[in-house]
Design a protein around this ligand. Sequence first.
Ligand SMILES: CC(C)(COP(=O)(O)OP(=O)(O)OC[C@H]1O[C@@H](n2cnc3c(N)ncnc32)[C@H](O)[C@@H]1OP(=O)(O)O)[C@@H](O)C(=O)NCCC(=O)NCCS
Length: 168
Amino acid sequence: MPYEFGNSNIKVTNADTDDSVRLREIALEANIDAWTAADYSEEIGRIDSIVLKAESSNGEILGFLVARIVPSNSAGQDAELYNIAVRPALQRSGVGGLLIADLFQRLRIDEVNCVWLEVRASNSNAINFYSKYGFTNVSVRRNFYSDPTEDAVTMGFAFPALPTVTEM
Ligand SMILES: CC(C)(COP(=O)(O)OP(=O)(O)OC[C@H]1O[C@@H](n2cnc3c(N)ncnc32)[C@H](O)[C@@H]1OP(=O)(O)O)[C@@H](O)C(=O)NCCC(=O)NCCS
């Protein structure tokens, strides 16, 4: 979907398998646990996966996210957010917010109840980012990450319940 962003337009769309090398490069630049290009490509091909890219008007990829729809522990379905990264020079200028907003619109249409994610406990920028967009801290998983070993903070976002339609 197109968004106004400063003087330019940023479009958030589904990533293509052709984008997988660029997604890995951005993940490395943003210093997250980058997947291989083959892993991004495979994820893009999965039916239960949502891989979104934010693109400038000249077709340059500025950031991306990877999420998957999963069965909920209660009823219905949830989503898990695995990766989100924005090119360092553009961080803190709203690109990540556009990606999350687009993801939420899509998940709402799919009647997803909650979105879950894990983030390194030391990544306060990302924790602040997720909090800004409505996620709350749910629990801590001790020593969840390796290289370096670190706790994970589990965060969740719950969509408001949809009104029930009663037949007259
Ligand atoms: C986390 C990330 C995806 C957010 O995307 P973004 O485009 O920078 O985020 P937005 O501009 O939409 O939102 C900005 C908010 O995020 C937080 N934030 C993002 N970068 C920050 C920074 N360098 N310092 C402090 N807060 C930061 C703040 O809450 C900020 O709100 P504020 O400016 O009102 O204080 C991006 O910063 C990034 O790629 N970080 C490195 C990779 C990463 O840690 N990914 C998450 C774990 S997989």
